[in-house]
Design a protein around this ligand. Structure first.
Ligand code: HAM
Length: 424
């Protein structure tokens, strides 16, 4: 049998990896501009962590987790998301009680979903989680931070912010009850998934893609009308903060998120450019989760963005960012020159840490080497032939302006390379 990648798992080839790196560089810069600390936690946790936080009746826990027994018989799960692990880490390391934390992480997550464009079984998230702050100001900060990331990635005009409040646990229960009452009358007209959810997780029915169910929902009671006073005030203040910053958003009362731990503010950044998988970032408050996992009550809020979807969005732009990755290509002809070319490459890397050099290796006619040099995206080719070696010189070919070629001695090399660094 020919061995292939596991279904739904993506290989990241250089072109896409470059975009991933670019996004990560931007995100790292932005998080650091807001004083967030980077953390990392394992991709495997005990299964209970996810069933108790994400929620037993969610799609993720019901049917999407990669769960197995390890060799000692413990049930472990490849993390389907980062919040649960981040809370576990923060609590286990004594980072929560009476403290304020602003943390971020990046890494692979795993969900056994039906693969399609923008939806994979291993996908990459970058997330931010904040602990110890109860007010709407930190919700606003997270939204500003994500908006800044879009701005730096130059995709601001492709994404829309959708906002909702899920209220307190009690107000949500009251809403759930009224939704169930409303939908029970039309039970048999709902899609099968929604019929099941009517008993297990009624709020998730709002997410149904079924047109019939959506038509029934158009007259359903709205979550935002059930908000308790405190949540309504929190939401109003958050909206004022966003208005003050002239940050545009839509209130979308159907955003309930697919994970159980949320309360109060929830938000999603969506795009219409990726077809069905339009959510590029989602998050919200989860003030009850730390306590639910055995810690002391700790207000919390966070978000995660999907790198795979962002990369698709960026790749669809006319001029995706990211350069070729090479500044100097070294071509050579003849055995002696070949050996010198390798040494020249090492010398340049010693002398100029920021210059990226590729030395042609293997056979290849001179013309073919220059073609490769052209395709590499490098700015110049340094050429070593027998002539050059004999004269102790190097030919320089400007790959951006084919007509320019000249010879230099070793001592001019620094000046030529410096000029590349400046113009990059
Ligand atoms: P989530 O909405 O499940 O939230 O995922 C966040 C983002 O991950 C989505 O908006 C999407 O871009 C990406 N994503 C999710 N599933 C897939 C998939 N199968 N393939 C590709 N991309 C995907 C969470 O995970 C929460 N932990 C966010 C959070 C953090 N809330 C509070 N703190």
């Amino acid at each position: 049998m020919k061995i292939q990648a596991v279904r739904g798992m993506q290989d990241l080839l250089p072109e896409k990896q470059k975009i991933f790196r670019h996004v990560e560089d931007v995100v790292r810069r932005v998080f650091s501009a807001y004083g967030y600390g980077e953390v990392d936690f394992p991709v495997i946790e005990y299964t209970q962590l996810f069933s108790r936080s994400v929620g037993e009746a969610t799609d993720i826990v019901e049917k999407e987790m990669y769960t197995f027994n390890d060799r000692s018989g413990d049930s472990v799960t490849l993390r389907p998301e980062g919040t649960a692990g981040c809370v576990r880490m923060a609590q286990e390391n004594g980072m929560l009680f009476n403290q304020i934390q602003r943390l971020w992480y990046a890494g692979p997550m795993f969900r056994y979903e039906r693969p399609q464009k923008g939806r994979y079984r291993q996908f990459f998230q970058i997330g931010g989680e904040c602990f110890g702050m109860a007010g709407p100001d930190i919700d606003a900060e997270l939204i500003f931070l994500t908006a800044r990331i879009w701005q730096e990635l130059e995709i601001t005009d492709q994404v829309t912010l959708e906002l909702n409040s899920m209220g307190s646990v009690e107000s949500r229960k009251a809403y759930e009850q009224s939704l169930v009452e409303f939908l029970s009358g039309s039970r048999s007209s709902l899609d099968p998934d929604s019929q099941r959810r009517l008993d297990s997780n009624p709020l998730r029915i709002l997410d149904s893609k079924d047109p019939n169910t959506q038509a029934i929902l158009s007259d359903a009671p709205v979550l935002i009308d059930f908000l308790d006073h405190e949540s309504a005030e929190h939401f109003a203040q958050l909206r004022r903060m966003l208005d003050n910053a002239q940050l545009a958003y839509e209130v979308n009362p159907t955003i309930v998120r697919g994970l159980d731990y949320y309360n109060g503010t929830v938000f999603e950044w969506t795009t219409t450019a990726l077809g069905a998988q339009g959510a590029v970032c989602g998050g919200g408050r989860y003030d009850g989760l730390v306590e639910q996992l055995g810690g002391r009550p700790t207000p919390a809020v966070g978000f995660a963005m999907g790198l795979d979807r962002l990369a698709l969005l960026i790749l669809e732009q006319k001029n995706p960012p990211g350069d070729s990755g090479i500044d100097v290509f070294i071509a050579s002809m003849g055995g002696i020159a070949r050996a010198q070319a390798l040494l020249l490459g090492e010398k340049l890397r010693d002398q100029f840490q920021e210059v990226r050099v590729q030395v042609h290796c293997g056979n290849g006619k001179f013309k073919a080497q220059l073609k490769k040099a052209d395709q590499s995206g490098a700015q110049i080719a340094l050429i070593l032939g027998e002539d050059e070696v004999e004269a102790g010189e190097i030919s320089v070919k400007n790959l951006r302006d084919e007509s320019v070629q000249y010879r230099i001695t070793n001592k001019d090399l620094a000046r030529v390379i410096d000029s590349i660094v400046v113009s990059r």
